[in-house]
Design a protein around this ligand. Structure first.
Ligand SMILES: Cc1cc2nc3c(=O)[nH]c(=O)nc-3n(C[C@H](O)[C@H](O)[C@H](O)COP(=O)(O)OP(=O)(O)OC[C@H]3O[C@@H](n4cnc5c(N)ncnc54)[C@H](O)[C@@H]3O)c2cc1C
Length: 502
């Protein structure tokens, strides 16, 4: 009989977000007996869904990048991801609406996108080609060290060739680098938007973050048939097929430590003894609430307290009894007219943006079963500040929702208000209360400082060798592929960086 690879007989995973589900699968594949304790009634964490009156919405992620990480997870567990999930490439990947009425359909096909650019910014066509090459080179220089490596010790950075350190745009910002390449306002705003994919400001985040457009525009952005929540369901099914036991409605209150080792966890009513704890709770909560403070150094606690969280989101779900076929594709962006002011509102004044950029995912374009009859299921997202005393969430919600509806009517979604059959709002307060994410942030810590990548909590506790940390608030960061990678790093399972695309 094959010997289990895991030296840990019993494992408790705290939280069934993407990182927790992935860790549960990898450990179960290695022979550990895994129990997942999840505070909510369902698995998936921020990857969640809402179904009402025949309308179905993904309430978290709507775009999947680097699907090869999921493929490798399933394959490590002896399964073929295609038996569980159907990835579909969208064309265009996203439609951008500018305040002056210009429309830009962005494709993951270079020539198709350049044909579009020739219509509204011909002077920037060559810059587009050059910049995508630049982002590809950034990825080649940084991905192995910052994404595919656990980066457990400072010395691990030495893997990066010395000269490359000066070629990763760490000393400039996303915005400044983009402005060097492009002259049109259209492509400048287009490329600055990608910093929001990890909850950062393009005016503060280092130019290294310009790797993100490479991931979407060169490698591809995907939808998952049925909705993104299928990913969480598939991972739960995979885990259960290997014997993982899920207890939902179980909030862990304490990680128990005795004689320098983690020995168990306590929930409201129960205690679980275990050989290993993998925490998918926000790292801030794991270190500062679940663990007794004496198990974290003062420096560690200060870093956690002073690291700026990523932005949060204001979400409006609208089930509408009509379509806007001429306006909306699957992913849509309605850009604001003043991008610097928008980020100033979010990160400096920490209030809802007066003049927001509005993202709409309309999965009914790809999945007609997500609406009853003919209609639209609009997931509307505006970047919003993390929880702070400057913004009162109990007061703002309904007026801001009405403001967004009014703005969208002006931008061409005629009679939007009249067509609404379902209306729900999700605020940063909900993200905090539901998932316990630090100050309601949705991507862990922001990359607004040059040091962010180095300060993110690592995937293994430095003193307690049987406490591991996974999820978007840990290394390498937020977003589905990175939360998955955190579990590979914690579990010591190597990732093949050449097999990240489909
Ligand atoms: C609106 C929105 C849009 C997004 N869009 C995208 C996108 O398009 N593409 C993309 O790649 N990413 C996107 N993201 C980010 C992505 O969803 C997250 O990075 C990822 O899902 C985080 O996974 P995680 O492993 O950190 O777990 P989390 O989602 O943070 O889940 C943690 C789980 O732990 C549970 N938990 C916490 N504390 C305890 C406790 N003490 N006891 C028991 N259980 C506990 C929580 O209930 C939760 O279920 C988006 C997120 C949001 C909210």
């Amino acid at each position: 009989m094959a010997q289990p690879k895991s030296i840990y007989g019993n494992t408790v995973v705290i939280g069934a977000g993407i990182g927790g589900l992935a860790a549960a699968c990898l450990l179960a594949a290695d022979g550990s007996q895994v129990t997942v304790l999840e505070k909510n009634a369902t698995v998936g964490g921020k990857m969640n869904q809402h179904i009402t009156k025949g309308y179905r919405f993904d309430t978290g992620p709507s775009l999947l990048t680097m699907p090869g990480v999921l493929t490798q997870l399933f394959s490590y567990c002896g399964k073929d991801v295609r038996d569980y999930l159907e990835f579909s490439a969208l064309s265009p990947v996203c439609r951008y609406h500018y305040p002056d009425g210009t429309v830009f359909n962005a494709y993951d096909d270079l020539e198709e996108t350049c044909r579009e650019i020739r219509q509204f910014a011909p002077e920037d066509e060559q810059a587009y080609r050059d910049f995508l090459n630049h982002t590809r080179a950034l990825y080649a220089r940084t991905a192995d060290v910052f994404l595919f490596h656990p980066l457990q010790k400072a010395g691990d950075l030495l893997q990066m060739p010395v000269m490359d350190v000066f070629k990763i745009d760490a000393l400039t910002t996303v915005s400044k680098k983009v402005d060097q390449y492009f002259s049109s306002v259209y492509l400048r705003q287009f490329f600055k938007r990608f910093a929001t994919y990890n909850g950062s400001s393009p005016f503060m985040a280092p130019g290294t973050i310009n790797v993100i457009p490479h991931v979407e525009m060169n490698m591809g952005g995907y939808y998952v048939r049925g909705g993104l929540y299928r990913v969480a369901e598939a991972m739960r099914d995979l885990a259960e097929s290997m014997g993982v036991v899920f207890h939902t409605g179980q909030e862990v209150k304490q990680i128990v430590v005795q004689d320098g080792r983690v020995t168990g966890v306590k929930t409201q009513n129960d205690a679980y003894d275990t050989d290993l704890v993998v925490s998918n709770a926000d790292a801030y909560e794991s270190y500062l609430t679940l663990l007794d403070r004496k198990h974290s150094s003062l420096m560690k606690r200060k870093i956690l307290e002073y690291s700026e969280p990523s932005c949060s989101g204001f979400v409006l779900l609208l089930g509408c009894n009509r379509t806007w076929e001429e306006k909306l594709v699957h992913h849509n962006i309605f850009f604001s007219s003043d991008y610097p002011a928008e980020f100033e509102d979010i990160f400096t004044h920490k209030r809802l943006p007066e003049n927001p950029t509005i993202y709409i995912a309309n999965t009914s374009v790809s999945d007609s079963s997500h609406v009853p009859g003919t209609g639209s299921n609009l997931f509307i997202l505006v970047n919003a500040p993390y929880l702070h005393s400057s913004q009162d969430w109990s007061a703002a919600t309904s007026a801001y929702a009405d403001k967004l509806i009014g703005m969208l009517e002006q931008r061409g979604l005629t009679d939007l208000q009249k067509s609404i059959e379902v209306k729900e709002v999700i605020t940063p307060m909900d993200f905090y209360q539901k998932y316990r994410s630090n100050k309601g942030s949705i991507y862990g810590t922001s990359s607004n400082s040059k040091m962010a990548a180095f300060l993110r909590p690592r995937n293994r506790h430095s003193d307690l060798e049987n406490l591991w940390l996974v999820g978007g608030s840990t290394h390498p960061g937020g977003g589905i592929p990175l939360a998955l990678l955190s579990a590979f790093h914690a579990c010591g399972v190597p990732v093949d960086s050449d097999k990240i695309q489909l």
